[in-house]
Design a protein around this ligand. Structure first.
Ligand SMILES: *[C@@H]1O[C@H](CO)[C@@H](O)[C@H](O)[C@H]1NC(C)=O
Ligand SMILES: *[C@@H]1O[C@H](CO)[C@@H](O)[C@H](O)[C@H]1NC(C)=O
Ligand SMILES: *[C@@H]1O[C@H](CO)[C@@H](O)[C@H](O)[C@H]1NC(C)=O
Ligand SMILES: *[C@@H]1O[C@H](CO)[C@@H](O)[C@H](O)[C@H]1NC(C)=O
Ligand SMILES: *[C@@H]1O[C@H](CO)[C@@H](O)[C@H](O)[C@H]1NC(C)=O
Length: 236
């Protein structure tokens, strides 16, 4: 009898132990599931959205001469995210190149472009025409850059130019709420700067479009090492 009761109690407590273990497993599974859902939600909210930025024809075209030198470029920004609006604001464009083998690469032109707001799955085009000014003009960075002005005013062309866009990137995470501002630099290398080649076909030449890469660096100055001015690959 005693043994039977003990057996019965043992069977009961085995069942309770089993139920407890099952509860425990279910609770653990629920906790894990909830954690995964929270992590996913945070990831969706915090995921960095990027713009795909390109320079049309891989070129900045110069028009005019000594009295009216003008640089013309077309930048495209595409928002591949299907849901959120991306803002890129307070944008400055910097153009650098090396005009001969003995000179140093320098930023020789800097100018602002309009804020852009790119809706999901769309591309916007920013067309810009900026006057270059001999010597101390508004757009040339410093007077010592006059050799660059003269070079382009004389109708010459280089193919090693680098353009950087520096601005503030943010996304509208949900209606009425923007993400925090981030300074983001896009670097576009191996651009042609100079007079158009004249034999441009009518079709938009996709092959020559230059795609810009995002850089971690945010400093843009002629004090940078020359190699980092002329290359987008280096993160310094
Ligand atoms: C620039 O100025 C030159 C001479 O002053 C003129 O011949 C030329 O047409 C002008 N170019 C543009 C694009 O205004
Ligand atoms: C806008 O950009 C300029 C140049 O990069 C910077 O000095 C300035 O602080 C920026 N302003 C804001 C409000 O971010
Ligand atoms: C090379 O470019 C520099 C400006 O960066 C200029 O001072 C120098 O005269 C140029 N040299 C030649 C040979 O054109
Ligand atoms: C720019 O101005 C300087 C004098 O200030 C002159 O020597 C130079 O030839 C000018 N450049 C052009 C392209 O006119
Ligand atoms: C988000 O940022 C953009 C660009 O700066 C601005 O126009 C918009 O009003 C901001 N939206 C909110 C809700 O702050």
């Amino acid at each position: 009898m005693g043994t039977a009761a003990a057996d019965g109690g043992g069977a009961k407590s085995r069942i309770f132990r089993w139920i407890n273990a099952a509860r425990y497993v279910v609770a653990m599974a629920m906790t894990a599931l909830i954690l995964v859902m929270i992590a996913h939600a945070i990831k969706v909210v915090l995921r960095e959205r990027e713009l795909v930025v390109t320079v049309a024809d891989g070129a900045v075209t110069t028009i005019g001469g000594a009295t009216n030198l003008t640089f013309v470029l077309t930048i495209r920004a595409t928002n591949l995210d299907g849901r959120v609006q991306v803002y890129y604001t307070n944008i400055s464009v910097y153009l650098a190149c090396k005009i001969n083998t003995t000179s140093k690469a320098k930023y020789f032109l800097a100018f602002p472009i309009d804020d852009i707001a790119v809706s999901p799955d769309t591309t916007i085009v920013a067309y810009k025409s900026v006057p270059g000014v001999n010597g101390t003009g508004d757009n040339m960075i410093e007077p010592s850059l006059q050799p660059f002005f003269d070079f382009f005013a004389n109708g010459r062309t280089i193919h090693n130019a680098v353009l950087r866009l520096k601005g503030t990137l943010k996304t509208e995470e949900y209606s009425g709420h923007n993400s925090t501002d981030r300074t983001v630099v896009y670097c576009c290398a191996r651009l042609t700067v100079g007079v158009g080649d004249g034999d441009d076909d009518d079709d938009d030449d996709q092959d020559s479009t230059v795609k810009c890469t995002k850089e971690n660096a945010v400093h843009i100055s002629n004090k940078q090492p020359e190699s980092s001015i002329l290359s987008c690959e280096l993160d310094y």
